[in-house]
Ligand binder design. Structure first.
Ligand code: AMP
Length: 215
């Protein structure tokens, strides 16, 4: 099983695909957004700084994200296949990841670009729900992704919440950041022959079929 790096605009489905792949193929799911949300919830000075940046839609500094990611990768069993969800988000992070992969002797990976347009991604953002306890994601506007009982997590029964950065205003900032900072990462991986495009403009089952063909 190849390691996977997801590169995509906000709400393209990185988190949902990662959850499904983890369930089916036993990947380790590493989401830098989740790592940052955990750090934010500690409520210390670093947490408050992260919260301010995330709520504005801006990227958190490369240094903070790299420290969290490095700690997570070091903890992992060498043979464990993993998914990187939300990293790299700029070319500097992509270069740093190359160095980490060299150190850990990782070369077997594919970069999956989930393609989606602005309007569709915005609609998905506004329908998103998250379980604050087990972190499972839902979408109230998708027949395949809505919870069985309104507002309640199917897995653990907790009340679902909306992410504080899933507003229209913050989405616009995040999408623009994606276009300016993250889009160049696609060319970086295309030049390395690592890039694979998957249309995220389908339902989750069709997206998963496309992904399973490339891993
Ligand atoms: P996500 O859960 O991937 O949508 O990320 C939520 C937010 O966390 C982003 O809008 C950024 O503020 C921050 N974030 C996540 N990953 C990164 C990263 N690799 N670099 C910088 N900021 C990040």
């Amino acid at each position: 099983m190849k390691n996977i790096i997801f590169v995509a605009p906000p709400a393209a489905g990185k988190g949902t695909c990662s959850e499904k792949l983890t369930e089916k193929f036993n990947y380790k799911h590493i989401s830098t957004g989740d790592l940052l949300r955990e750090a934010k919830n500690k409520g210390d000075e670093l947490g408050r700084k992260i919260e301010e940046l995330m709520n504005s839609g801006a990227l958190v500094s490369d240094e903070i994200v790299l420290t969290l990611l490095n700690n997570e990768l070091k903890k992992m069993d060498k043979n464990q296949a993993f998914i990187l969800d939300g990293f790299p988000r700029n070319v500097l992070q992509a270069n740093a990841l190359e160095d980490i992969f060299k150190d850990l002797q990782i070369s077997d990976y594919v970069v999956i670009y989930l393609e989606i347009d602005f309007e569709k991604a915005l609609n998905r953002t506004l329908g998103r729900l998250l379980c604050p306890n087990c972190k499972r994601g839902y979408n109230k506007d998708s027949a395949l992704l809505k919870p069985k009982k309104d507002g309640i997590c199917d897995d653990c029964g907790s009340a679902l919440i909306t992410r504080s950065d899933d507003t229209k205003e913050t989405f616009e900032v995040r999408f623009n950041n994606y276009m300016n900072e993250t889009n160049p990462v696609l060319k970086y991986y295309q030049d390395k022959n690592k890039l694979c495009r998957v249309s995220a403009d389908n339902n989750i089952d069709e997206i998963m079929q496309q992904i399973e063909r490339v891993i």
